[in-house]
Design a protein around this ligand. Structure first.
Ligand code: DQA
Length: 145
């Protein structure tokens, strides 16, 4: 069974992008770490990244058939996208929202999340370890508890 890990705009530059905020590790490191955590529980992961809102909507639609749960870092779309919220509302499995930085410690425009209206859990400020924690949680929710 597969867990989708969806990433929004500018996260392709993870590791190079404002490392004082987002750290030095890359999305490939995130994928490797999450794959290890998931494998321990008998799950696999697929990690996607897009800079385009509609592509993320399409990936969520694909997840309806292909994934038992979703970990999503919508990046800046967190704070703007009704379309991503609506797409997540069509998905029946568990959804965990994950932010590398502590958005609540930052500018006030980062304090509101549309995606939180759907997320079963939210992580912020755990660095890329947050993705591992989110995957762990999705594994337990997908396993029925
Ligand atoms: C982010 C926080 C967002 O506010 C920001 O736009 C991002 C990344 C995070 O992971 O901390 O691009 O989602």
């Amino acid at each position: 069974t597969t867990i989708y890990i969806l990433n929004g705009p500018n996260l392709n530059l993870l590791g190079q992008r404002q490392p004082e905020i987002y750290g030095h590790e890359t999305l490939a490191d995130v994928e490797r770490r999450c794959a290890e955590v998931a494998a321990e529980k008998g799950f696999s992961v697929r990690l996607f990244q897009s800079n385009h809102e509609g592509t993320i909507v399409d990936q969520i639609h694909e997840a309806r058939q292909a994934a038992c749960g979703i970990v999503i870092n919508p990046a800046a779309y967190t704070h703007t996208s009704v379309a991503i919220l609506d797409a997540l509302n069509t998905f029946e499995g568990p959804v965990i929202e994950c932010h590398i930085s502590n958005v609540h410690k930052r500018e006030s425009f980062r304090h509101h999340s549309y995606v939180s209206l759907r997320a079963d859990g939210v992580l912020a400020g755990f660095g890329i370890e947050g993705y591992e924690l989110a995957v762990r949680r999705i594994c337990s929710l997908c396993a029925g508890g």
